[in-house]
Design a protein around this ligand. Structure first.
Ligand code: AMP
Ligand code: MG
Length: 420
């Protein structure tokens, strides 16, 4: 049966993203152990309670000296090694051997590195050293609080934790850290034609790839997946699956069933369960992408009704779903990063819609007269059914709609969807 309703307007992607992000508040904080905090976003600032270093420490292997003594031959009165508090003091005319990170002995105010010294023969059984160079007071000594002062905010809330930030938290002595909860995302495939890959595909069937690709994309941003399986094209069954997802997850990703066919039941279902905010994007691939919200169990759930074509579902998830998950997980700026790229080959423009052309981006030193730049190579045939057009793609080229062809060498912007 042909669709009786007028076609809804097509929304530019930037406007659609603003609508999606406008519906989202970051999830609450939870306490996790430090090794599990990698990739998470801090929900509360981390403040140092003690200074680092907590004692004046040597920066070099060498000799702790009294700076005003200057070059000359000195008696070595002790050894200060890392991890041990020296049990002696240094008076003018004396030095102590010291290792990197060791506490400075009382009385010494500078360190001369070992390269500037020369051991002398024992004199009356006592070790001696020749110091070749003069140093200023404080030379090669890290004073108390040099790296971190007591009371200093070492990490503000909202920062994403990478290896360095994990190290910062360890150095200030926290075994637990407050981070935003990661979203739970339910993933559902819809369509009578879909077979799970555990079973052979029957006549007229194809394998469900979207659920696997989308679940992997969700996990890649650190969120948790609930696999809802495959629902048939049946309004009642679809409602059961969708309600199950909305009950357990912060976000529901469905694929398929949002086009203009008479078995495309998703939009009326979303309208029945909540509010549809937009249902067509002015872009390709992925025009029928639909976004809705629903209040379930007292909380607002986000619903992304993604198109069924494998490329369309993954590209629209990248464009709108990934920033949404990032904002839920606490990111202050959830937007994609862009780079300028130079086309390796001519690309034809679409006359009606902006296109997100899948491309492999890499640094090329030859570009821009040897200054170097990012070169974009197309993944080939951009049909929205052809998932191989996403193979090895780390960028989506933002091609404007228009007539004709962009020549090789033209500059375009690219969204980074993988590592450069
Ligand atoms: P639909 O959006 O339901 O009209 O589906 C559009 C196209 O995508 C059809 O050719 C479907 O067979 C295909 N498709 C839908 N869902 C999936 C899926 N989960 N995995 C692979 N292809 C799919
Ligand atoms: Mg379908």
């Amino acid at each position: 049966m042909p669709h009786p309703e007028p076609t809804p307007p097509m929304l530019p992607v930037a406007e659609a993203l603003a609508i999606v992000l406008g519906q989202i508040a970051p999830l609450a904080g939870e306490s996790v152990s430090l090794p599990d905090a990698i990739g998470r976003v801090l929900a509360a600032a981390v403040v140092a309670s003690d200074p680092l270093p907590p004692f004046a420490a040597s920066v070099k292997d060498g000799y702790a000296v009294v700076a005003s003594d200057g070059p000359g031959d000195y008696r070595i009165v002790g050894e200060a090694t890392a991890g041990h508090v020296p049990n002696f003091v240094i008076r003018p005319g004396e030095v102590a051997y010291i290792t990197t990170g060791a506490p400075m002995p009382t009385g010494a105010d500078a360190v001369v590195m070992v390269e500037e010294s020369e051991l002398l023969p024992l004199q009356a059984g006592a070790p001696r050293v020749r110091i070749h160079t003069g140093v200023k007071p404080g030379a090669d000594v890290r004073p108390i609080g040099y790296d971190v002062t007591a009371g200093e905010t070492v990490l503000p809330a909202g920062i994403r934790l990478g290896p360095a930030e994990i190290g910062v938290i360890a150095t200030v002595g926290r075994a637990q850290v407050q981070v935003h909860r990661q979203p739970v995302v339910a993933v559902l495939s819809t369509g009578d034609e879909l077979a799970d890959l555990q079973r052979p595909a029957g006549p007229g069937q194809i394998r469900d790839s979207n659920r696997y690709a989308l679940a992997a994309a969700v996990r890649a941003v650190g969120a948790n997946v609930v696999d809802l399986g495959i629902a048939p094209d049946d309004a009642g069954m679809l409602e059961e699956y969708v309600l199950r997802g909305l009950n357990v997850a912060d976000v529901l990703l469905t694929s398929g069933g949002v086009s203009m066919g008479d078995r495309d039941y998703m939009k009326p279902l979303f309208r029945k369960l909540g509010e549809v905010h937009f249902e067509r994007l002015w872009m390709k691939p992925g025009k029928p992408m639909t976004f809705a919200t629903a209040e379930v169990a007292g909380r607002r759930r986000l619903i992304f009704g993604l198109p069924g074509n494998p490329v369309s579902s993954l590209v629209t998830f990248y464009l709108l779903g990934v920033p949404a998950l990032r904002k839920l997980a606490g990111a202050r700026d959830p937007h994609w990063h862009r780079v300028q790229a130079t086309l390796a080959q001519p690309l034809a423009l679409d006359g009606y819609r902006p296109e997100y052309h899948r491309a492999m981006l890499r640094w090329s030193q030859e570009l821009h007269g040897g200054l170097g730049g990012v070169l974009a190579t197309s993944t080939g045939n951009q049909a929205s059914s052809r998932i191989l057009s996403l193979r090895s793609a780390n960028g989506l080229l933002e091609l404007p709609h228009g007539e004709g062809v962009l020549p090789a060498g033209a500059t375009v912007t690219a969204l980074l969807i993988g590592e450069l």
